[in-house]
Design a protein around this ligand. Structure first.
Ligand code: MSP
Length: 513
């Protein structure tokens, strides 16, 4: 059998106590994609982690009255447990203070240095500590504000090592041109082509005014610039530092580096050029999704308006939050969060459409066939129409998930759910139940419904991985009923299977509560 592998990464986040639903979106999207790819037969590897070095973290630690190491140790636990609660099935969690990472960064720095692409000079310019990014006088403007986050920038002047990025401008443009899927969506790709065409400057890759970072191997008075350090995580996590690195050999180049659009520039300019310089193949795709916005604008710690995913999970459950993020933030575009929009989604899709379909279908098999799934008699055109919609939607959802369009894929799955609810009204099983000569017809209708429930549940599984077990407990399908994409084929509900009506999977929510 062909050995299919899939390696996906999220950014490594700056650890703070303010993880919010924006971070959750990237991580849930990567998780859903991984689960989908696994169903499609891939050996998957999913990496996330935290970005622990640099001036921003050193400052945050000082403000918290802790040593940087103590601060990041405490935060690491917080982030790990957040991902557990969000049902994130990452295979690895990289911390940039780990030895395997530090040795990998040093190896990469060395490879680029040996190539002659790193030189010592002086940096004089502007720096945004919040974004950990350098800007020119023109970019910060008269107000000396960061063009990305709007905060005040600092002037810095220090001896620095520089990375000869400018030398690789044409190589990068050629790679982008030859690989149309390297930067997605298309809008980000165009933005980046324009940015690179505008001219690349050499990048300052070391700092001397603080010491919370990885020392430059050839000059211990410098620490490596935090983005050079952080970007390397995608290979250091695969054992790049080691002479013998089976995970690196098996999984690199990565299939998808996933992130929001704000950090696309670092991943499509600095990172590929680091790799080209070191002679390492480039990732296959960098995908920049949109932001989760609030009606009042962007979430930010300084505005004190960040939305904590744990609070929402406590109130509405993890499946609902994951579903909302994937469904309401359209692929590649910004989307809005509000509690009322979340509740509206839960009520309309999860409670009214999906939850009701499950409970009505199960209840009717219980009532009319004593809880034992009957055998199909003969399909009528209305049944065949439902069946071919299931096939169509499966195909469509697969194509959309392949493009990371979970919003579209979930909308497709819900077209099937909606059609099945309408099918109940059209076939009116309660009327068939009164007619002893319609017993076979009633049996076929109920099996068609259970089949649709089964197929919809499988399609929703990457988004809401805890839901299939709850559905199967009621419909009597086996626990391993959603491990492979092939299980979406019509016909997986068996005569004699026992159904058992249980509590409502998604109760309706009154809002405001
Ligand atoms: N540490 C760097 C990344 C280094 S990767 C080699 C960093 N960290 S961060 O904590 O600021 O996280 C940035 C990422 O968080 C974004 O790219 C995105 O994936 C996610 N998001 C942060 N705010 C977001 C929204 N409001 N909406 C959607 N995603 C958001 O940058």
């Amino acid at each position: 059998m062909e050995n299919k592998r899939f390696y996906i990464t999220t950014p490594i986040y700056y650890p703070s106590a303010n993880a919010h639903i924006g971070h959750a979106l990237t991580t849930v999207l990567a998780d859903a994609m991984t689960r989908y790819k696994r169903m499609r037969g891939y050996c998957t590897r999913f990496l996330t982690g935290i970005d622990e070095h640099g001036q921003k973290i050193a400052k945050a630690a000082a403000a918290a009255g802790k040593s940087p190491q103590q601060y990041v140790d405490d935060m690491a636990e917080l982030w790990r447990s957040l991902w557990r609660v969000l049902l994130i099935g990452n295979d690895d969690f990289l911390r940039t203070t780990e030895d395997r990472h530090i040795r990998g960064v040093v190896k990469l720095f060395d490879a680029i240095y040996q190539k002659g692409d790193i030189y010592l000079s002086r940096y004089q310019g502007w720096y945004c500590v919040s974004c950990e990014a350098y800007f020119t006088e023109r970019q910060v403007g008269a107000g000396y504000l960061c063009p990305d986050c709007g905060k005040s920038v600092e002037v810095i002047e220090e001896e620095s090592y520089f990375f000869r990025m400018s030398k690789y401008q044409d190589d990068l443009l050629r790679h982008i041109a030859e690989n149309p899927d390297f930067i997605l969506p298309q809008s980000r790709r165009n933005e980046m082509i324009n940015f690179v065409r505008g001219g690349l400057e050499d990048l300052c890759i070391s700092r001397t005014s603080f010491d919370w970072g990885i020392p430059v191997p050839i000059n211990e008075g410098h620490v490596i610039y935090v983005w050079f350090d952080a970007l390397s995580n995608y290979i250091t996590a695969l054992g790049y530092a080691e002479d013998d690195a089976p995970a690196f050999d098996a999984y690199w180049p990565a299939d998808i580096h996933l992130m929001a659009k704000d950090i696309i520039r670092f991943h499509t300019v600095i990172w590929p050029i680091m790799l080209i310089a070191a002679g390492i193949p480039l990732p296959k795709q960098v995908f920049g999704h949109g932001w989760v916005l609030l009606d009042s604008g962007k979430m930010s710690k300084s505005l004190g308006n960040v939305i904590d995913p744990l609070v929402l999970i406590e109130k509405y459950g993890v499946a609902a939050l994951r579903y909302f993020l994937l469904r309401d933030i359209p692929s590649g575009q910004d989307g809005y969060y509000s509690e009322s929009a979340l509740v509206a989604r839960i009520n309309a899709d999860l409670a009214n459409d999906f939850g009701n379909l499950v409970s009505r279908s199960v209840a009717m098999v219980e009532r009319y066939f004593a809880g034992l799934v009957p055998a199909v008699d003969a399909y009528l055109p209305v049944d065949l129409e439902l069946r071919s919609l299931a096939e169509e939607v499966t195909l469509e959802a697969g194509t959309l998930m392949d493009r990371l369009d979970f919003s579209g894929a979930l909308a497709a799955a819900f077209r099937l759910v909606g059609r099945a609810n309408k099918y109940i009204d059209e076939t009116a099983p309660w009327i068939l139940a009164k007619d002893p000569s319609a017993r076979e017809r009633l049996a076929t209708v109920l099996v068609c419904l259970l089949e649709t429930v089964r197929i919809a549940t499988i399609l929703l599984a990457p988004a809401m991985p805890n839901i299939p077990a709850l559905v199967w407990a009621q419909t009597g399908h086996r626990p391993d009923a959603c491990e492979h994409w092939e299980q979406l084929a019509w016909g997986g509900t068996e005569a004699g299977q026992k159904v058992h009506k249980g509590p409502s999977i998604f109760p309706r929510i009154e809002f405001p509560s």
